[in-house]
Design a protein around this ligand. Structure first.
Ligand SMILES: NC(=O)c1ccc[n+]([C@@H]2O[C@H](COP(=O)([O-])OP(=O)(O)OC[C@H]3O[C@@H](n4cnc5c(N)ncnc54)[C@H](O)[C@@H]3O)[C@@H](O)[C@H]2O)c1
Length: 361
């Protein structure tokens, strides 16, 4: 099969993960562009590609069939709409954009384009999540009453002082960054019931003053001591869905949690079985009533030889995107999903600001 020509826009931390996964999954990195030229040159030279001098020149490249957009959130809408206007297929990193209005605009651009848009919601593609999706679809979990989704770090604020922690560039803190993955996965497993109302609380405790923050390693680091921290570093939300499901989302970039006291991952409390899994973990735990006895089981999930759950998820995301580009599959996560997630997150931030439950509009 001929490799699909890929362009990457934004050559920072996650773009390297994209490039590696794409190259393992039927794509050839042709060219990339970053507003910091040295980053584009570094990624291009690693993969035998060319660095483009602008977004426009990347989109003029005749061998680019598809484009990954992995820039800070405030640049998503501009870059995504340019890619779609060029009729290229687009893999757009999460969250979709800064605001619901920007997401509407991207969706309209997707509607006019011959290219397809797949959202970069990679957690859906993890082996554990796919295994659990199989259990849910088989009926063995039964109707789900509650989902608890947790993604907490003790000291893991990304890029402190930079775009991640500047609301006007990121749209928010840990909820829009990590929570978007958890909400997406919970809704995906539950069959996308409509979220009607949310109640949320946020805290902003550890990121300021920036010079006092201590973290041995930092995604997007080191801290910029003269930068901005005006977002939440902890958040809890309760989502009430049509049909009765409720979803509790517990996220933190930084929190004082005793080691091992809070298990990350998703817990599905179904009428027939309970399921817990870590998103990139190697096993799924279940419990079900068997003839009056509660039977706990641990099932390994399929991973390739020496492949981590993280790598397997990224490769699966790109294999699916490749099928979308070839016209044999629908996007794993659609533009409509990205828009709906943005509406929910906007309601979460509104609820936290107002101190009461709010409607998802
Ligand atoms: N799926 C995941 O698990 C995951 C993980 C991390 C980040 N992300 C997402 O990926 C995106 C990028 O995050 P990151 O951690 O790589 O950030 P980063 O800061 O490491 O990289 C962003 C890059 O974009 C460049 N850039 C900024 N504005 C630009 C513009 N207008 N045009 C071109 N290049 C521009 C910067 O110079 C930088 O090199 C964000 O949307 C983030 O939410 C997703």
């Amino acid at each position: 099969m001929t490799a699909i020509g890929l362009g990457i826009v934004g050559c920072g931390g996650i773009a390297n993960v994209h490039a590696d996964a794409a190259m393992r999954s039927g794509f050839q990195l042709v060219t990339c562009w970053d507003s910091q030229a040295e980053r584009a040159h570094a990624l291009a030279s690693k993969h035998g590609a060319a660095a483009s001098s602008s977004l426009e020149s990347l989109l003029r490249h005749p061998r680019v069939d598809a484009v990954t957009v992995a820039v800070p959130t405030d640049a998503h809408a501009h870059c995504a709409e340019a890619v779609l206007a060029s009729n290229r297929h687009l893999l757009l990193e999460k969250p979709m954009a800064l605001t619901v209005a920007e997401c509407d605009s991207i969706c309209a651009a997707a509607g006019r384009s011959k290219g397809r848009l797949q959202m970069g919601l990679v957690c859906r593609s993890s082996p554990a999540a796919q295994h659990v999706m199989g259990l849910v679809r088989s009926g063995s979990v039964g109707p789900i009453d509650f989902i608890q989704a947790r993604g907490t770090r003790r000291r893991g604020i990304p890029g402190l002082g930079g775009w991640f922690t500047t609301r006007s560039r990121s749209g928010g803190g840990c909820m829009i960054d990590v929570g978007v993955h958890l909400i997406d996965l919970a809704l995906h497993l539950a069959g996308w019931p409509r979220v009607l109302r949310v109640s949320a609380c946020t805290a902003s405790r550890f990121g300021s003053p920036i010079e006092a923050y201590r973290s041995p390693e930092m995604w997007g680091g080191p801290p910029k001591v003269d930068g901005t921290f005006d977002v939440e570093d902890s958040a809890i939300a309760l989502l009430r869905c049509d049909g009765g499901l409720s979803i509790e989302v517990d996220v933190a970039w930084a929190a004082n949690i005793p080691s091992g006291a809070a298990r990350d991952g998703l817990l599905l409390r179904g009428a027939k079985a309970g399921v817990h899994f870590e998103i990139f973990g190697a096993e799924v735990r279940t419990v079900a009533d068997r003839d009056g006895e509660l039977l706990d089981e641990r099932s390994p999930v399929l991973l390739g030889q020496s492949m981590s759950g993280w790598d397997a998820a990224w490769d699966a995301q790109y294999r699916r995107f490749g099928d979308v580009v070839r016209g044999v599959s629908e996007p794993a996560a659609t533009a409509a999903d990205g828009l709906e997630l943005q509406r929910i997150i906007a309601a979460i931030y509104e609820s936290a600001a107002l101190g009461r439950e709010t409607e998802v509009r």
